[in-house]
Design a protein around this ligand. Structure first.
Ligand code: FES
Length: 160
């Protein structure tokens, strides 16, 4: 004789689940949820951080009124383009010390990072920059100036 009284079971009541079955089902649900979260997490991973870089070759529309010996810096480019009586040329504005972008001024260029100064032809007038600013390849194509940032040319190379 038991001390607990059992209420009579209705035939509409669900079958009681065995503990072993319940543990098996809950572990299955846990595995499914972990798999789902893993897939969602992988889908949300950031895309590759490599972005397409702009072409090293680009066209420059020099202003008609650009005075001889005055730098024209195309927006978004680290290049100064000049036009004088001997032709058109381009000087990189990447400092040869540690790679800051130099600012053009009437005397040439000045580096905002460590104070190097360059003449308008790119030669160093004050260190710590170890080398002159490189000259870049320029082509004239149908009256349009095409600068190739990826190709250096000897200093003094101008195209007419
Ligand atoms: S990066 Fe230009 S002077 Fe150092």
């Amino acid at each position: 004789m038991t001390l607990q009284s059992k209420a009579p079971r209705s035939r509409l009541d669900p079958e009681p689940m065995a503990r072993r079955d319940w543990l098996g089902l809950s572990s299955l649900w846990t595995m499914g949820a972990a798999l789902l979260f893993g897939v969602v997490g992988m889908l949300r991973l950031p895309k590759a951080a490599v972005l397409a870089s702009p072409s090293k070759k680009f066209k420059v529309a020099l202003p008609e009124t650009l005075p001889a010996g005055e730098a024209f810096v195309p927006p978004g480019r680290a290049v100064a383009v000049y036009r004088d009586a001997e032709g058109t040329y381009a000087v990189s504005t990447i400092c040869t010390h540690l790679g800051c972008v130099v600012k053009a001024n009437p005397e040439g260029f000045e580096c905002p990072c460590h104070g190097s100064r360059f003449n308008a032809d790119g030669t160093v007038s004050r260190g710590p920059a170890p080398r002159a600013l490189p000259w870049l390849k320029v082509q004239l194509s149908g009256g349009v100036v095409v600068v190739d940032e990826g190709t250096t040319v000897p200093s003094g190379t101008k195209v007419a």
